[in-house]
Design a protein. Sequence first.
Length: 192
Amino acid sequence: MLRELRLSDAATLFTLLTDEQVARFISPPPTSPEGYERFIEWAIGARPKGRYICFGVVPDGLTEPVGIFQLRKMPGGSNVAEWGFVIGYSFWGTGLFPEAARLLLEFAFDVMGVYRLEARASVPNGRGQGALAKVGAFHEVRMRESFTRNGQRFDQVMWSILADEWRQCRRDRQDRQPDQSAEHDRKGHARR
């Protein structure tokens, strides 16, 4: 579901992520497939330095990404990172975001050793705000006129997720899952 970007992803990402519905709440995306190729080359080159990674979001049954998740570690040996995400409009509301976010959070906390993960979403971006809340992010602060798009200034909300809190929420969700073995016999038939 998450994989590193490939140069061959540029045309698909350009088509899906420059749609006005998608691009209206993000920093301006590259304006051509060649621009996406340059971005992908840069992202691939930045990964070995350990400060930045960008994954393509590839739904089951597809081979090309329909969005991206980015993770940038803050400078100075910090264990704080910032993440961002964008998914093509036709994949909104499909359940793709929560699963991709779970994978990114596991990578950030368990592989990169991040303790605090931050995200920003412009106030009018209700879907982005809701997506962050859904994965357990905490609404911290409103940052006045901190994002400019097409000459218009927007307030943003800073969201955070702490590794310990996220792990506890994950354990709590697992504890709430019904015991599948109690509901099925040895052959997998539902008990009545």
